[in-house]
Design a protein around this ligand. Structure first.
Ligand code: FES
Length: 164
């Protein structure tokens, strides 16, 4: 092997070694990052300074449990309060008499999920203007549009459980 080939081989091994090292460290780094995020306990009580911790909900399979005292969900404590909950693909709304309803946020017309508004007890999809009452029944929409898909929602004190 001449000197030029030796230098090329040395350079290749050096680069390959760096790549392998980076890949190895990178994988470990990503694993540890995702592990720390998954370890967030949304049910943790407020810290000693009175601030809140966690994200305000937990997921166990298809069951979502919400802490309505968490700032992300306190709107649901008021009649007419609603929330588009993208992490679970849901629309949540307080319809009064201590009842919260939950619907699939996929619009039955063409599947838009992020253009929802709520007023006068009705949901409106901004994509093409379909409207639904707070029981999920379609009021007006392009032809053939069905009702919103409902999920089972149970409210006990400040804990809301939704089963998809
Ligand atoms: S996707 Fe909602 S109205 Fe068309």
């Amino acid at each position: 092997m001449n000197i030029t080939n030796k230098n090329k081989r040395r350079k290749f091994l050096k680069n390959a070694g760096s790549t392998a090292l980076f890949a190895s460290l990178g994988t470990s780094f990503l694993v540890s990052c995702s592990t720390s995020e998954e370890n967030v306990d949304p049910t943790l009580p407020p810290d000693e300074t009175g601030g809140e911790t966690g994200v305000g909900f937990t997921v166990d399979g298809d069951v979502y449990t919400f802490d309505l005292t968490h700032s992300s969900f306190t709107a649901l404590k008021s009649v007419g309060g609603w929330k588009r909950f993208d992490q679970g693909g849901m629309l949540l709304v307080n319809v009064g008499q201590n009842i919260i309803r939950a619907f699939n946020s996929s619009c039955p017309h063409a599947g838009c999920r992020t253009s929802w508004g709520y007023s006068n007890n009705n949901f409106r999809c901004g994509c093409h203007g379909a409207t639904f009452n707070n029981q999920g029944s379609v009021l007006s929409a392009p032809g053939g549009t069905g009702d919103l898909i409902s999920f089972t929602a149970v409210l006990e004190d400040d804990v809301l459980t939704v089963s998809k």
